[in-house]
Design a binder for this molecule. Structure first.
Ligand SMILES: [Zn+2]
Length: 142
């Protein structure tokens, strides 16, 4: 999550009209069966359609966030399964819902790559299209 500091208003009796709350901009999305839920603090800076050998087959649209900013909850009846990408030396995994099979995210793995401040890719298809409409779309071809 982020924090915002604002200068105190000149007249303390006047309530500032600008406030930043994570609830105003946060996004909540789920896999198809709803058993895995993702909450993001805000829209991604851009959405990437990655055409690498794995992402191309997943058909995912990635939004990137520091891992610590992404809240993931898993409901009863599903597990959050990971496929450790075999050509990544175990440094990267793709995760999916064990029940409905929807790809939810990729993330770094291990001591270095799995740090909370490192970015992860969240499949923006977990979210209703209207939630991220207007965000720049990019296509990475390698
Ligand atoms: Zn599911």
């Amino acid at each position: 999550m982020f924090s915002a500091t604002a200068a105190p208003p000149e007249n303390p009796a006047v309530i500032p009209t600008v406030s930043i709350s994570s609830n105003e901009t946060s996004l909540t999305g789920t896999c198809h069966c709803g058993r895995i839920e993702f909450q993001l603090p805000h829209k991604p800076e851009y959405i990437n359609e990655c055409l690498c050998t794995a992402c191309y087959k997943y058909g995912a649209l990635w939004g990137y966030f520091p891992r610590k900013d992404v809240e993931i909850s898993v409901k009863e009846g599903a597990t959050h399964e990971r496929y450790f990408r075999e050509d990544s030396d175990g440094h990267m995994s793709f995760a999916r819902c064990s029940y409905c099979g929807v790809a939810t995210n990729w993330q770094g793995e291990g001591e270095e790559h799995g740090k909370p401040e490192r970015k992860m890719g969240v499949n923006m298809r977990l979210f209703e299209r209207g939630e991220w409409e207007g965000v720049e779309r990019r296509v990475v071809t390698k």
